[in-house]
Design a protein around this ligand. Structure first.
Ligand SMILES: C[S@@+](CC[C@H](N)C(=O)[O-])C[C@H]1O[C@@H](n2cnc3c(N)ncnc32)[C@H](O)[C@@H]1O
Length: 417
């Protein structure tokens, strides 16, 4: 890389520095040194910042722990804008902390995504409102700045610790937001995968960007999506007219007791629970996401809630259930070659398995750019037959609305034996 690039970056660092944005300035000076390790002015400026820090403040041991912990608590409550403030304060005290820089970058991305949801929903709800459109426009401009800041923080972190997988993942996420730079994001995720070949989140993000096939949604990716989305899940799905739990209930029989032992796979916030409570002696919900399970627990209708992968759960419960449900869950499972035999083993004789799919038109399954899997009816029927599950019902249903209109789905009821 030519020195002139470093000089341009150095000018940007100076602008941050003069404006009092110390963390951004430090990150930019560090990037300059990455491009041009002999860049004396950048070295001098970093030295001058460090000399003004309290002794020992240049790395994580000196991080202002209270601010860091406060910031993390705010992130856990999805109060991203407040978390950003805390992390900025902490970083101003410890500008050399890579950990803080990444916490701040992640909180910035959280803030952008959260605002985006609100702004777009408002414009969708009031397409005629100029005020809503203006707010969206203003926020998009602000988001571009926040996004650039998040990227700069990640690059600074990578310059300091080139093998830090978290920094690449956050940078990749920052690069995919808004108008984004998918090519660079893919490179960044590839680099992260080189460092950590088993990282499911990277594999998932890379597949979304490149269309590389994926067999199943890695557990980390499921958790990341639903841990973050637990608070808004129900309101959002109601807005999108999601009705799968009610449709499953209706398909399985008239109101009244239905089954004594019921497993709700991927129970999420527990939408199905109340619909299948009557007459059940054991109603178990299983999910990978702790925050989704916490919402399900608040309903007070499940006898047990387990945080587990559904395959492992099923294999640990031979012949234990009269009814197994999976409402809008196979879209994350993808390849069902493990799931169907596991369902067969967990069902009691004559037990039923009721689930929904997003409907495809081939004879297999596929990972879509939406980040979900689609399944074709012949594929489901083939697996059912191989696992001695009889297809009692198969009907087309709408799953919910999307930006492109209703998502076409299917509802299946299979019986063991
Ligand atoms: C779209 S939500 C549906 C939730 C609920 N069934 C409903 O209808 O409201 C999908 C849920 O499946 C869970 N999930 C996805 N893959 C899973 C797996 N392999 N094991 C357990 N839970 C999983 C997710 O965490 C999420 O809560």
């Amino acid at each position: 890389m030519a020195l002139s690039d470093a000089d341009i970056l150095f000018q940007q660092a100076l602008v941050h520095h003069q404006a009092g944005r110390k963390a951004e300035a430090v990150a930019a000076y560090q990037q300059v040194l990455e491009l041009a390790p002999g860049h004396a002015p950048a070295r001098a400026m970093l030295g001058s910042i460090a000399s003004r820090e309290p002794a020992g403040s240049s790395d994580s041991p000196s991080t202002d722990d209270a601010l860091l912990q406060d910031g993390r608590a705010l992130v856990a409550q999805r109060k991203f804008a407040q978390a950003v403030e805390q992390f900025r304060k902490a970083l101003a005290k410890s500008p050399g902390s890579v950990e803080l820089a990444l916490d701040l970058a992640e909180a910035l991305l959280g803030e952008i995504c959260q605002d985006d949801d609100l702004d777009f929903a408002e414009v969708e709800a009031h397409p005629e409102s100029l005020a809503a459109a203006n707010r969206l426009g203003k926020n998009l401009t602000r988001h571009r700045k926040l996004q650039a800041e998040a990227q700069s923080l990640c690059r600074g972190a990578i310059a300091r610790q080139p093998d830090l997988v978290r920094a690449y993942i956050t940078l990749g996420e920052a690069l995919t937001l808004g108008e984004g730079n998918d090519t660079e994001a893919a490179e960044v995720f590839r680099k992260a995968l080189e460092l950590d070949p088993k990282n499911g989140m990277c594999r998932y993000r890379l597949s979304l960007l490149t269309g590389d096939p994926l067999d199943t949604m890695p557990a980390e990716a499921v958790q990341s999506i639903f841990d973050r989305g637990a608070d808004s899940f129900e309101a959002e799905l109601k807005r999108l007219q999601y009705t799968v739990p009610a449709r499953l209930r209706t398909a399985l029989g008239p109101p009244g007791p239905l089954a004594e032992r019921v497993a709700d796979l991927g129970c999420g916030t527990g939408w199905c629970g109340p619909l299948f409570r009557e007459g059940a002696k054991r109603l178990v919900g299983v999910d990978l996401s702790g925050p989704m399970l916490a919402k399900a627990r608040q309903r007070g209708v499940y006898d047990e809630l387990q945080q587990a992968d559904l395959h492992e759960f099923l294999l640990s419960e031979p012949a234990a259930f009269d009814l197994i449900l999976a409402a809008d869950v196979l879209i994350y499972v993808g390849d069902l070659a493990r799931m169907f035999p596991a369902v067969q083993s967990a069902l009691a004789p004559s037990g039923r398995f009721a689930f929904s799919t997003e409907k495809g038109i081939g004879d297999s399954y596929r990972f879509l750019p939406s980040g979900r899997f689609q399944h074709d009816e012949p594929y489901i029927r083939r697996l059912a037959s191989e696992c001695r599950l009889t297809v009692e019902q198969c009907r087309d249903i709408p799953i919910r609305l999307s930006q492109k209109g209703p998502i076409a789905g299917q509802l299946f009821v299979l019986r063991k034996g």
